[in-house]
Ligand binder design. Structure first.
Ligand code: NAD
Ligand code: MG
Length: 389
């Protein structure tokens, strides 16, 4: 029996993880399940999986969770600290699937027990890549990538020498607006940006796919996770979302990972690693698909990609600034306070203002330092947002 914890259990990745675990009830012992505020879903899953503890982030739904689980023997708790404490409970495999920088503290706590962290929360690597990797090394923990592109790169690298890697290419569907005329993007609505052509995901990452902030985060994620220099990392638009990434070697070979757009593949690969095991994902009929197409990623349409290059070149704590500014700009877009193309403008302004501050050139050495940069960057982004309305 492997002991499993899922951080962000009520979300899109969390629910896909639970789907896989429920299919193999004899293999897993569920320790902790955490969620933001969906007490009903969390309680139902905690009961079905006989979890030790269920934790919500928000006090607003704690009473409901207590009511739903009273008399069941399942512990309940509430708040960010309780989520980090749940991540510290002994477990063999911990899924990090909270959205945003809020996923960093519990992810770090999980690493300190020297277990395997299946990392969907790309924001952890963007905000604190060197710290996260150093923490894993220090405690003998292992991080397995769950982002589809990074799982694909990881799989293409099995048995290959890293010094033979010439380039890594991650694909992007192009999101909801890949074929829109550039001038229409300004008036794109939240509903339009929330409709992804290929993937079924949480709302925030879906909008980040339309703006390419998701791919921007993933470029940085690639650099931090694989330790590959930024000049060797590329993003390319691939509307079919079937090739997830390619690794190019010094003999000219490209190893591509091809599969259906279903996150249960990347989650299942991390769950079964280092083995492979049957997964309930569709098998591709290549003859029916017929063609796979690719096109260059346009940095005018998607300024987020250009900013990712700047952030990688600057290093230090600029990843934390970039992510925090993006989170606040996205909050404002979802709330209807700013337009779609205001998001990259606000992030660019925050990067420019924050880069003038001292101390940001050095990579973070503690969680506290990262969270402080995150806090200051949010204030700076909010000031830029306030000017827009
Ligand atoms: P989601 O919004 O569907 O779910 C997020 C989960 O985190 C939910 O359980 C939510 O309740 C919880 N949560 C939100 N804010 C929280 C907070 N402040 N404190 C504690 N818990 C909180 O998101 P998702 O689409 O499942 O994405 C989760 C992570 O996985 C993100 O980092 C995303 O970038 C990454 N990811 C997602 C996909 C996908 O297909 N959905 C693919 C690749 C990577
Ligand atoms: Mg991805």
């Amino acid at each position: 029996m492997r002991r499993i914890t899922i951080l962000g259990a009520t979300g899109s990745i969390g629910q896909s993880t639970i789907d896989l675990i429920k299919r193999r009830p004899d293999d897993f012992d569920v320790v902790a399940l955490t969620g933001g505020c969906n007490a009903k879903q969390l309680a139902a899953d905690a009961l079905a999986l006989r979890a030790e503890i269920a934790v919500v982030d928000s006090a607003d739904c704690y009473g409901e969770l207590q009511d739903l689980l009273s008399g069941t023997g399942i512990e309940v708790a509430c708040g960010a600290q309780a989520i980090a404490d749940a991540a510290r409970r002994p477990a063999d495999w911990i899924m990090s699937a909270i959205v945003g920088a809020a996923g960093l503290p519990p992810g770090m706590a999980a690493l300190e027990q020297g277990s395997t962290l299946a990392l969907a929360n790309k924001e952890s690597l963007v905000t604190a890549g060197p710290l996260l990797m150093a923490t894993a090394a220090r405690y003998g923990a292992r991080i397995l990538p769950v982002d589809s592109e990074h799982s694909a790169v990881f799989q293409a690298l099995v048995g290959e020498p890293m010094d033979a890697v010439e380039r890594v290419i991650i694909t992007a569907s192009g999101g909801a607006f890949r074929d829109w005329p550039l001038e229409q993007l300004k008036s794109a609505t939240v509903a339009q940006a929330s409709a992804h052509p290929n993937w079924d995901m949480g709302q925030r990452i879906t909008i980040d796919s339309a703006s390419m902030f998701n791919k921007a985060l993933e470029l940085i994620e690639t650099k931090e996770y694989f330790g590959i220099s930024s000049d060797k990392i590329e993003a390319i638009v691939h509307p079919e979302s079937l090739v997830h990434a390619l690794v190019g070697f010094n003999d000219g070979a490209l190893m591509a990972h091809v599969g259906p757009p279903d996150m249960r593949h990347a989650i299942g690969y991390a769950l079964n690693w280092p083995d492979r095991s049957h997964l309930p994902v569709a098998r591709l009929d290549l003859a029916a698909i017929g063609a796979l197409t690719f096109r260059a990623a346009d940095e005018v349409r998607w300024p987020a990609l250009r900013m990712a290059r700047e952030v990688m070149a600057a290093g230090g704590k600029m990843g934390a600034v970039f992510n925090a500014a993006k989170e606040r700009a996205l909050d404002a877009f979802i709330a209807g306070r700013v337009g779609f193309m205001d998001m990259p403008a606000v992030v660019a302004e925050t990067l420019a203002k924050m880069s003038a501050q001292s101390g940001l050139q050095n990579a973070p050495i503690s969680l506290e330092e990262v969270m402080e940069t995150d806090r200051l960057s949010r204030i700076c982004a909010d000031a830029a947002l306030a000017k827009l309305g």
